[in-house]
Design a protein around this ligand. Structure first.
Ligand code: PPE
Length: 304
């Protein structure tokens, strides 16, 4: 990864190399942390714009609320700290990672006085699933690992520990020659990618997984708005893997993955094997929106 200069930790900027935690950090042992992934894009005028910062901070606090982690800062303080971190690293474009976690103190499953530590890092991060993936689409496989049951790990919370499941699925996909994993929910319906929401198009009908077992993606929400503004209707409902096999188009959405077309699922070519018109239309509008080139979506930008 491209290291940046400074990381914001518990209210102060520290050097990248100094942003360390103790090995007895509770979250390291048990996975009780919540985090966000946010992107900032360089706009035409030159300045950077953070995409939907307020919504990401809202979700960070919602995740913390779900797992009962008391973040010792206000939302406004976190928003300001994100801006400060980008500025300290002279970044007008990059990926931002706010994280809040249970710090060092007591061990065991009933931690009493452990502090909640908060950090914000930012660095340059290009296309998550590759430049070729964004352009031509990726090959995915249905994972042998299921997405968490809603009453096992809370899927609306972006919890650090939940990502062991994602890492297993991602590794399995790569090791078997694919680019990314699609995970089914515990009832066998399509849920999401290891770090992305999913959309499919069939005979003009656009669907995305209902929110039951998936993260409430901010890119998913942006794409639904963009499609609505194009006069399309998006159905939020569950669908099966064989519906996906016979889809005309499919694509992933996520802050890191942005809009990545899916050209193959489990060896079955999707549609014509190249990104279709709905996918390309969404991509075009999304990239214009994040770069401040579409005034309809200016309210999504937090300009630096
Ligand atoms: N589902 C999961 C499981 C997920 O991790 C993400 C984001 C999404 C859906 C899409 O959410 P949103 O970014 O709000 O549209 N995954 C983040 C982590 C990626 C990583 O490798 O780290 C991200 O995209 O930042």
């Amino acid at each position: 990864m491209v290291e940046a200069k400074k990381i914001w930790m518990d209210g102060h900027l520290v050097d990248w190399a100094e942003a360390n935690v103790h090995v007895m950090t509770h979250a390291l042992h048990y996975g009780l942390g919540v985090f966000e992934g946010v992107r900032c894009y360089a706009t035409k005028g030159g300045g950077g714009a953070i995409f939907r910062l307020e919504e990401h901070t809202e979700r960070l606090f919602a995740s913390a609320h779900i797992v009962m982690l008391d973040i010792p800062f206000t939302k406004e303080e976190i928003n300001m700290a994100v801006v400060e971190t980008l500025k300290a690293n002279s970044l007008s474009e990059g990926y931002i990672r706010p994280i809040a976690f249970l710090g060092a103190g007591s061990m065991g499953l009933l931690p009493k006085d452990n502090p909640v530590n908060v950090a914000i890092a930012a660095w340059e991060w290009g296309a998550y699933l590759g430049d070729d993936g964004i352009k031509n689409g990726i090959r995915v496989r249905v994972s042998s690992y299921l997405r968490h049951h809603v009453n096992s790990t809370m899927t609306k919370a972006k919890i650090t520990g939940s990502y062991v499941n994602s890492i297993m699925a991602k590794r399995e996909a790569i090791e078997s020659g694919y680019d990314e994993a699609i995970m089914l929910d515990t009832e066998g319906y399509v849920s999401e990618g290891s770090g992305e929401n999913i959309f499919m198009v069939k005979d003009g009908v656009i669907k995305t997984t209902a929110l039951t077992s998936v993260l409430k993606g901010i890119t998913r929400d942006s794409v639904m708005t963009i499609l609505k503004d194009k006069g399309e209707v998006v159905r939020e409902e569950r669908f099966t893997r064989d519906e996906l096999y016979t889809a005309d188009e499919a694509f992933f959405t996520g802050t890191a993955a942005e809009i990545t077309p899916i050209r193959e699922v489990d060896g079955r070519v999707i549609g014509t094997g190249v990104p279709g018109p709905v996918t390309k239309g969404v991509q075009e509008t999304y990239f214009k929106a994040v770069k401040g080139e579409d005034s309809r979506y200016e309210h999504w930008l937090h300009r630096l």
